[in-house]
Design a protein around this ligand. Structure first.
Ligand SMILES: [Zn+2]
Length: 314
């Protein structure tokens, strides 16, 4: 049995989906945002399916974003399962959490962002306020079968988040997909701090494309998505998303024809209006396209004496 529960989100996405699944165990995948309205919606959804909050045996998390992990505290008898990166968040690991501000500031510097925008490092640092108080009781690894749900396999699909899993049932040809693929909006491969503060930043867009390509290898009939409606045209949608991203990258490549530019300069040219109010999101986008062009061997990267990276067309 799979039962969809929609709860409100105080962000542009509008709503988020949780899925109640019943096999040998009764579990819920993702638990909404930490607002009273979301809790009410989740409680009602569980009641409509014929259960109480106390009946839930496992909370399974697709990723650590606040609209998916908000109400882990609301299930007194449930184990909580998720990625090791979710664990660091929920434990509020001090080394990890305290590294975030410096991580974002270092990125702004190497992207050539002018000092007047350095306050964005604080804005980009995700708050722990929207997280539940509990921690994980078990860590999920790539390829694990979810306890109590025979045939439901976790597939690590990083990119949108550094903690992202989808859950795939080959027999039913069905997947619980988190935010890997969303019907009406393209999922943003955000730049997020690494688990080990000394590690390099992940190339989120490349990870994301690799995760999308994993979907092409599976005979999926239906994806139960983290937001919006179920997806049945998986192959078509994946090709469309990859194609659209390639076109965006080609636009960036054109901007590098006359002279080398840094990420901030490119960002201002691509997002002349939104870059000021949405610097974090737009930079994430631009970095992604640059990572892609580097990976395709179409541009070069040079670091100057101030630590700023410059990109030129090959
Ligand atoms: Zn998310």
């Amino acid at each position: 049995m799979i039962h969809k529960i929609i709860s409100p989100v105080p962000f542009p996405e509008g709503t988020v989906n949780s899925y109640l699944i019943k096999d040998d165990a009764l579990s819920i995948v993702d638990v909404g945002t930490k607002t009273p309205e979301a809790l009410e919606a989740i409680k009602k959804g569980i009641k409509d399916a014929g259960y109480q909050m106390e009946d839930i045996e496992q909370v399974i998390l697709t990723h650590h974003h606040p609209d998916h992990v908000g109400w882990i505290d609301a299930f007194p008898n449930a184990k909580v399962l998720g990625h090791i990166y979710v664990d660091a968040w929920l434990r509020r690991d001090p080394v990890f959490i305290n590294s975030h501000y410096d991580f974002y500031l270092d990125r702004l510097k190497e992207e050539g962002v002018p000092e007047e925008y350095y306050f964005w490092a604080k804005k980009m640092t995700r708050s722990i306020e929207m997280l539940g108080e509990r921690t994980l009781t078990g860590v999920i690894h790539d390829g694990d079968e979810i306890p109590g749900h025979k045939g439901l396999i976790a597939i690590e699909t990083l990119g949108h988040a550094q903690s992202h899993f989808v859950f795939w049932n080959e027999e039913k040809k069905a997947m619980i997909g988190g935010d890997l693929l969303i019907a009406n909006i393209s999922s943003n491969p955000l730049i997020e701090p690494p688990l080990n503060p000394k590690a390099k930043r992940a190339k989120s867009l490349l990870q994301y494309n690799a995760s999308l390509k994993k979907l092409l290898t599976l005979p999926i009939d239906k994806i139960y998505s983290g937001h919006g409606s179920e997806i049945t045209n998986v192959q078509e949608l994946v090709h469309e998303r990859l194609e659209r991203q390639h076109i965006r990258a080609m636009k960036v490549l054109k901007l590098l024809e006359e002279r080398p530019k840094n990420i901030f300069q490119i960002n201002v040219e691509i997002f002349p209006i939104p870059y000021k109010s949405q610097l974090g999101l737009t930079l994430s986008q631009t970095i992604g396209q640059i990572d892609y062009l580097l990976d395709q061997d179409l541009i070069t990267e040079v670091k100057d004496e101030n630590g700023v990276y410059w990109y030129a067309k090959k």
